[in-house]
Design a protein around this ligand. Structure first.
Ligand SMILES: [Zn+2]
Length: 317
């Protein structure tokens, strides 16, 4: 696709600088067993890190370990997934005085009060840090395609070529259930493969680097110094694919495992006719749709929900 700004001599003029991003919220522990974000936030807070973030950003940085109870127990959540509680409708429900809030609903309500509220956010930008058991590499999840997010994605990709840009827009930014959407702007960092409850050096380092790059971009944006980069390769979230299964007495029983040729091959093309699942009877199930780019392949947190992977298409962003 033709990029109009490529011909401009002063590429900087394409960026529409709105108001400054004067404060950031950086969150770890939205899921209590995702150790890289939890550790990174603790380390930035206590200044045990190679690059203190306040050396690359002039504004105010707030840190939060979102779900302390889940972190203490080293579980994803105690009652329900915190990162699904931030829809406008749910947040409204949680304000009702007669509503008996569970752990995650209470946290969502409190975070929204402190750093939102979602319909009129006091926080300019939220970076919510996750990790996945899937082999997704350092992935930046972006929920809107305004010029700001495009330039952010291009900056991160140019500084960190191994990074993956994953774009989700199956609903509008403000309708998403994700914690990061309580800010005026927000992104998620999702790095894998890392088992639940474990910290791996490569994943930790990629998490820290990607966060630094996002924060660097915010400072460049505040300084009106964003260089216009050409479009980059990105992936556009499609749908979730379930494990082949049966329903027995209201219980889902899996009939297959993800095929070994597919497992660990996140964001690699899966073509029509290629192996997708291996039935426990030995038969191989092949992909019967057009080429897709599977990710969250075999993510542990989605196993119970019977989700085997998500599809994506390749786009320019
Ligand atoms: Zn997570």
């Amino acid at each position: 696709m033709h990029c109009a700004y490529q011909n401009l001599t002063d590429a900087k003029i394409i960026m529409n600088y709105e108001e400054k991003i004067s404060q950031l919220l950086i969150v770890g522990g939205t899921h209590g067993n995702e150790m890289s974000g939890i550790q990174a936030v603790k380390n930035w807070q206590s200044n045990v890190c190679q690059t203190p973030l306040d050396t690359i950003y002039n504004g105010k940085i707030h840190y939060a370990l979102a779900n302390q109870e889940a972190i203490d127990k080293c579980v994803r959540f105690t009652d329900e997934d915190l990162n699904r509680q931030f829809t406008p409708d749910k947040l409204k429900e949680f304000t009702k005085t007669d509503y008996n809030l569970n752990n995650e609903q209470k946290i969502a309500h409190e975070l929204n009060k402190q750093y939102g509220p979602k319909d009129k956010p006091s926080t300019d930008f939220v970076i919510d840090i996750h990790n996945t058991t899937s082999n997704m590499g350092p992935t930046l999840i972006i929920l809107d395609n305004t010029e700001f997010y495009k330039q952010l994605a291009r900056y991160v990709k140019s500084e960190m070529p191994e990074s993956i840009i994953l774009f989700e827009n199956n609903q509008s930014y403000s309708e998403f259930c994700y914690l990061c959407t309580i800010g005026k702007k927000g992104v998620m960092i999702e790095v894998g493969a890392q088992p639940q409850g474990v910290l791996k050096a490569e994943v930790y380092n990629q998490t820290v680097t990607m966060t630094e790059k996002v924060v660097e971009f915010v400072q460049l944006y505040n300084d009106k110094q964003v260089n216009a980069f050409p479009e980059v390769e990105a992936f556009w979230l499609g749908k979730e694919v379930e494990y082949p299964s049966t329903l027995e007495d209201g219980k889902t029983e899996k009939l297959a495992v993800i095929h070994e040729n597919l497992h660990n091959n996140d964001f690699k093309p899966l073509h029509n006719g290629q192996p997708c699942f291996q039935l426990f009877t030995g038969e191989v199930i092949t992909w019967q749709e057009e080429t897709t780019y599977p990710h969250f392949i075999g993510e542990a947190a989605y196993y119970k929900a019977n989700i085997a992977f998500a599809t994506a298409s390749k786009i320019k962003f």
